[in-house]
Design a protein. Structure first.
Length: 486
């Protein structure tokens, strides 16, 4: 053992306190280095944003050299093109008008949707030098900007838009294996060809909020569709016993200050766990909620991305569902049936549905498949499916899949039964107080085919009523189109 002394170690100078000037010098050096690193990092991380800043010189130069590129559907239909007049004036044209308004966006009065996300690429031109020379020879002033190929399908977007008809609401359709967004409709919409002329009415502070992409930015009480989450937590906490669950429904359940009722004042009688889900019994799910560990439930919510920014490239709202050890009983039963303060976006519900269909693995939803040079010779960037996380076990996902099939075959989703494909899903009728009276939003979220899931469809119809009557038939039209059913 060495003896501790105050003597300096041999061969080294004794430590002396640094002079104030040295201290200041050191602090400045550290600060300056940190600042330089921060600035470099900032410029790198935000290179697209900095490029897209309309005051940025570089952007001005690119716009003088290149025409804005074309945005295509997954099948090569042009969704946004730039038309150049003889005088060289460039005008953005959206051949489908209102149909892709929120997904593709607009490029005047600021930018939105894919026009904003991919601006950096659309105004650059990666065609070859020889091609540029050919353009110059032909007397053309500008080179064509890069092309963006999206994941969007024109037929699915059309059928989703027609299904939603004149209702306010949203429909989102994704490929469960890759996360590709095949359709994303929000209503009311707007015509991106006339954004300039209609700007003042578009930004008016009214309930229409046409510029809002309800599919990703709308926050709604999830109602009974949230029972997917409550059921997952119950299976997780009672993996051996959930099958033995039993409840006698008399139409209502009380806890704390709260009383909740089954939808339409129904009494469901004797129910097991599967029956509670199939019939969407609020009382039974409130009872289920009361039997769970509130801290564990809170952790499952966090894992499912409640309270987190969703990992997507376009604006999306943060869903709200909070549970913790100190939660009051009244809040627990409200959360268990997706009411109270619970709020989520259709996109988020679609992601959870897609994870169930995908045997427990959540994948990142995305809108852009690739960016190519206009001559098609250079692949500038490409996007493939990307896993976010395994959010539930394969066993948990399999049980939820089975329960969602029961909903379609003999429960609230039966308008999707008896078809050439087997769908699976969950309905919701989310109640809210409009100020004058109690109303409800109609929900459906589900996937098909149940045995080998391909697509997930999520529908919200504002103020329509029951999910089974309003949202399910809309989802059916989307599934029918995808599976080629006349
Ligand atoms: Zn009931």
């Amino acid at each position: 053992m060495t003896k501790k002394t105050d003597r300096p170690i041999r061969g080294r100078k004794p430590l002396r306190p640094p002079t104030p000037i040295a201290v200041v010098g050191i602090i400045f050096t550290v600060l300056f280095t940190a600042m330089s690193i921060y600035l470099c990092r900032y410029a790198y991380v935000n290179r697209q944003t900095m490029m897209s800043n309309s005051y940025n010189n570089r952007q001005r130069i690119l716009l003088e050299q290149n025409e804005r590129g074309t945005i295509y559907s997954r099948d090569g239909d042009a969704l946004a093109v730039s038309e150049v007049s003889e005088g060289g004036d460039e005008e953005r044209y959206y051949p489908y008008g209102e149909l892709f308004a929120h997904a593709v966006g607009y490029a005047t009065k600021g930018k939105s949707g894919i026009e904003a996300m991919e601006n950096y690429y659309l105004i650059r031109s990666d065609i070859s030098l020889s091609e540029k020379a050919r353009y110059a020879d032909e007397g053309r002033k500008k080179n064509p900007g890069n092309s963006v190929t999206t994941t969007l399908s024109v037929p699915l977007q059309e059928v989703a838009s027609k299904a939603l008809a004149a209702y306010r609401g949203a429909i989102i359709v994704t490929d469960v294996r890759t996360g590709e967004i095949l359709a994303m409709v929000s209503k009311p919409g707007f015509d991106p060809n006339h954004v300039d002329a209609e700007w003042n009415s578009l930004i008016a502070d009214d309930e229409d909020a046409e510029l809002l992409n309800r599919a990703s930015q709308g926050l709604y009480p999830p109602g009974s569709t949230f029972k997917l989450v409550t059921a997952l937590e119950y299976i997780r906490e009672y993996p051996e016993d959930y099958g033995a669950y039993h409840y006698q429904c008399n139409g209502m359940f009380k806890a704390g200050e709260e009383t909740i009722h089954c939808f339409h004042g129904e009494s469901h009688g004797s129910l097991d766990f599967y029956g509670s889900f199939q019939k969407s019994c609020n009382s039974s799910f409130a009872n289920i909620g009361m039997q769970m560990d509130r801290g564990d439930f809170g952790r499952t919510l966090t894992q499912l991305l409640f309270g987190s920014k969703l990992p997507v490239d376009f604006p999306a709202s943060v869903s709200n569902a909070v549970m913790g050890p100190d939660a009051a009983d009244g809040d627990v039963i409200q959360l268990s049936i997706g009411q109270g303060a619970t709020a989520m976006s259709p996109l988020h519900l679609n992601m959870i549905t897609q994870a169930i269909a995908n045997d427990g693995v959540m994948v990142r939803p995305y809108l852009v498949k690739s960016v190519d040079s206009a001559d098609g010779k250079t692949l500038v960037k490409e996007h493939a499916g990307e896993e976010i996380d395994r959010v539930m076990s394969e066993e948990e996902a399999a049980i939820l899949q089975e329960m969602m099939v029961l909903v379609v075959n003999g429960g609230t989703g039966r308008r999707l039964s008896g078809l050439s494909y087997q769908a699976a899903g969950k309905t919701g009728s989310a109640e809210f107080d409009s100020g004058q009276k109690e109303e409800s939003h109609a929900w459906f979220t589900g996937f098909a085919p149940a045995e080998d899931p391909a697509i997930a469809v999520t529908v919200i119809v504002e103020r329509a009523g029951g999910g089974g009557e309003y949202a399910v038939p809309m989802a059916k039209r989307v599934f029918d189109c995808y599976f080629g059913v006349e």
